[in-house]
Write a protein that binds this ligand. Structure first.
Ligand code: FBP
Length: 331
């Protein structure tokens, strides 16, 4: 039998990588693992329980909220409250940040998308949870907005959970990327994908093609080049699933701006920053077309950004085309 290393065991072992570690971050990662197991159980039986369908409310991004979005949001908040290591959270389903008063002197804040890919929930297509952990900026006491509006480079850990044919948790603390598969029979995430690196080969592109006419010419040219080079086209419509495939198989995932929505659709703090940290740690790149995603200033909780993420040479190519356009316009 393969040498089983559980997530909890792995977290403890890796704590040694950080000489001044106090175990708080490890505790937080373990509690996110617990929430992921419970959400996985609920997602897997959603069709049988009255937890699928709309919740009859909109979130801060003006999107219809699914009942499972709320359930996952509440489960994550409950587990993070228990941990005692988190002084506040921000999530896609909460207009503003939520201080955890019982842990007001805790060192960390967590930002998350409780269930990414909502449009796929009811049709049983892969969905996910995305999370980012930061050290607070404020000294102690109740956390403040400034604790959440930090640049992506300040993330101390980030990851996602993919609820697909199996449930996987993939995370980084800035020392590489590791993937764990949930074995429901023992209720444990077990190390299945150690030290993930994007493969050199990259022949897949992923974008919502129905937006093609609205994309800027430089992006249209890049997509045309992918087609001319016989790249495979793949698009699940759940960012976690599309980025997970890109991480394991190489290629590029894009959610460009359009004439109607120049900032695109995806949210910087709880979608783009955490997944960009993962992809960069695995040897890839993430850009908004001209700037590194992780260096984009955060100025509001639910701000959006265009994103081009995946194999470095493909991200470099789309940046170069956009840059050429910029130069042509200037002259
Ligand atoms: P939420 O479901 O968390 O709101 O996420 C947005 C999202 O579903 C991404 O997962 C996905 O990449 C994108 O929107 C799909 O958008 P579209 O339907 O426009 O292609």
């Amino acid at each position: 039998m393969k040498n089983l290393i559980t997530l909890d065991e792995f977290i403890i072992r890796r704590q040694k990588d950080f000489p001044f570690a106090t175990g708080e971050l490890s505790g937080l990662l373990r509690d996110i693992g617990l929430a992921a197991k419970i959400i996985s159980r609920e997602v897997n039986k959603a069709g049988l329980a009255d937890i699928s369908g709309l919740a009859g409310q909109e979130n801060a991004s003006g999107e219809d909220v699914q009942k499972l979005d709320i359930l996952a949001d509440n489960l994550l908040i409950a587990c993070l409250k228990n941990s005692g290591e988190c002084c506040g959270i921000a999530s896609e389903e909460n207009d503003t940040f939520v201080p955890i008063l019982g842990n007001k002197d805790a060192k960390y804040i967590v930002i998350f998308d409780p269930l990414d890919g909502s449009s796929n929930i009811d049709v049983n297509v892969s969905i996910g949870t995305i999370f980012a952990i930061y050290r607070r900026q404020s000294v102690a006491g109740e956390c403040l907005l400034e604790d959440f509006l930090q640049d992506g480079v300040e993330q101390v850990a980030a990851g996602y959970v993919l609820y697909g044919s199996s449930t996987m948790l993939v995370y980084t603390t800035g020392k590489g990327v590791n993937g764990f598969t949930l074995d429901p029979s023992i209720g444990e995430f077990c190390l299945s994908h150690p030290d993930i690196r994007l493969p050199e080969k990259a022949d897949t592109y992923s974008v919502n093609h129905s937006g093609y006419k609205e994309f800027e010419p430089a992006v249209q040219k890049f997509i045309d080049e992918c087609i001319d080079q016989d790249f495979k086209f793949r698009y699940v419509g759940s960012m976690v699933a599309d980025v997970h495939r890109t991480l394991l198989k190489g290629g590029i995932f894009m959610y460009p701006g359009t004439t109607k929505a120049p900032s695109g659709k995806l949210r910087l703090l709880y979608e783009c920053n955490p997944l960009s940290f993962i992809i960069e740690q695995a040897g890839g790149k993430a850009s908004n077309g001209s700037q590194r995603i992780l260096e984009l200033g955060a100025y509001k909780l639910h701000q959006r950004t265009p994103i081009f993420i995946g194999s470095s040479h493909l991200v470099d190519r789309v940046e170069a085309l956009i840059q050429t356009r910029v130069l042509n316009v200037e002259h």
